[in-house]
Design a protein around this ligand. Sequence first.
Ligand code: NDP
Length: 252
Amino acid sequence: MISTINFHWIVIGWIVIAVFAFMLLLKVSAPYGRHIAKGWGKMISNRLGWIIMELPALITCPVIFYLGNGEKYFLSYIFIGLWVVHYFNRVFIFPLRIRTKGKKMPLLIVFSAIFFNFVNGFICGYYLGFLSIDYSLWHSTPQFWLGIVLFITGMVINWQSDTILIHLRKPNETGYKIPKGRMFNYISCPNHFGEIIEWLGFAIMTWSLPTFSFAIWTFANLAPRAYKHHQWYQSTFEDYPKERKALLPFIW
Ligand code: NDP
């Protein structure tokens, strides 16, 4: 077992790395999806890549939680349940729905995502399973209710936006079109916006540095990706809506 102080230092170190990742990803687009490029080494099927790289998050967090010898409360199980619902979709439903025939992603992306998902799953599972945080009366706090509303809202936006994107293609198509409707009327990447809101909500409802570290990492990954997607849309489609922002409606 790691001492609480050491655990928090690990989390702080992980947050510092997120800041560097954010700066790097603003410069270099993560090479998958529309930003795929040659020179990133061996490739794997896109669909299989998604399943393999997201699986560690689905498994690690609940298993570490289960192994933890800390006191567990009803709400601790709710938090883990929400995590599992999100990652069950990401591992088993999302990859089977995407229209990605013949597309590939670099193994480098898969391995770095496995590491990322393992560390985040470990940190959140360890916090909830080992540290005996008293959540017995937590349901009467504003943080819990604000967090759960944000989490569910973010999840709905993320799922809805991914669904709109997936259905832009007919089953065997692989090209890109301008997405329209719902939050796409305001921003280019509502799926990324929804995911960021979701994990911000998770951090608020659990109210801890370890779960905030995951929200920070999600932002560090997805804000640069949304910005790159936005730039790509603007340079690819002449008729791309001028008023549409990248990630934050009316702002950025
Ligand atoms: P994208 O928006 O790039 O792609 C989502 C799917 O829709 C892909 O299958 C993509 O195809 C397709 N697609 C996207 N735009 C269009 C378009 N204009 N026309 C036709 N098809 C389109 O999402 P990401 O791949 O970045 O992420 C997928 C999910 O994973 C999102 O929900 C995201 O929030 C989540 N995620 C979470 C992370 C985290 O840190 N928590 C990190 C990364 C992703 P193609 O692949 O061919 O481009």
